[in-house]
Design a protein around this ligand. Sequence first.
Ligand code: NAP
Length: 325
Amino acid sequence: MKAVLCKEYGPAEKLVVEEVPTPSVDAHSVLIDVKAAGINFPDTLIIENKYQFKPPLPFIPGTEVAGVVAAVGEKVSHIKVGDKVMGFAFVGGYAQQMVVPGASCFPMPETFSFAEAAAFTMIYGTSYYALKQRGQLKAGESLLVLGASGGVGMAAVELGKLMGATVIAAGGNNEKLAICKQHGADHIVNYNDDDWKDQVKQLTGGNGADVIYDAVGGEYTKTALRCINWGGRLLIIGFASGDIPQLAANLTLLKSSSVVGVFWGASLTKEAEANQENFKELFKWSMEGKIKPHVCATYPLEQVADAMNLLLQRKAVGKVVLTTD
Ligand SMILES: NC(=O)c1ccc[n+]([C@@H]2O[C@H](COP(=O)([O-])OP(=O)(O)OC[C@H]3O[C@@H](n4cnc5c(N)ncnc54)[C@H](OP(=O)(O)O)[C@@H]3O)[C@@H](O)[C@H]2O)c1
């Protein structure tokens, strides 16, 4: 099969596309003929050896795919050969075939294309775990999303709205923010405006946001902590700006607020039951057409560098996906 290989750490231009052996299926796993593979920001970090998860070289990047089942291990009963599925594993997705654990392979919602299905698992899994388990977001509260036009951010906007919050989408590009409105944002704030903190306060009746979903980091986090409500929760999702902020602890004291870490990948094993419940709800909502990933571009495997750079150059909205056909 054809696959994208990371043979040496570095930028996406270092990736190569080569013929490699088809991975083998054990009793508990599923082999998928991949039609589409989602690109996520962490993939861009893993290939540079800048992520907490470090697969040994050489490896095939990519955590999530959608396709057709080619083989099933004897202990897997909920999936059969020929089913359209979506699957998740820590590496191996940017390829014509991928093996995933049976427990991480689900029937594809009929409402989704392969590209949409391949873009689903990471962003909704992360954002629902963040808002529900970590943020304890309640109906009637306000939610500020930093990095709202990105993959996880746009999922947080949609889910926040479904959970009954008033959602403020924040980002650095008004055209991209307009798409967040189509996905449910009540308000948009451009953090290139010097007064964006005051805009958030104004939009929340002077209180500040109850929950802040921060996928960007850096100075944006520091400013966000100055427009959080009493008892608010600042969710640390990621540092797309490249800058891990140092926060002033007195600001959390003044608002009795919490800074809450979110590591969805690790929660899949440490809080497996909660995640299974989350996915039941997420699949239900996807079948009902209430949530759907926004795929802004698809590329063939050979153009993996262009696809990853679209994300890194902040030209993507929602998700970028690789296709194998
Ligand atoms: N904690 C977890 O479990 C978990 C899971 C998945 C992802 N993540 C992390 O979440 C973050 C976002 O991932 P993603 O896949 O959604 O990425 P993405 O699709 O590339 O979105 C990132 C967003 O951040 C903004 N951004 C990028 N560079 C920026 C900069 N220099 N300054 C300000 N804003 C910038 C962009 O918004 P604009 O260009 O519109 O301003 C973009 O929409 C990453 O750090 C990733 O590692 C964490």
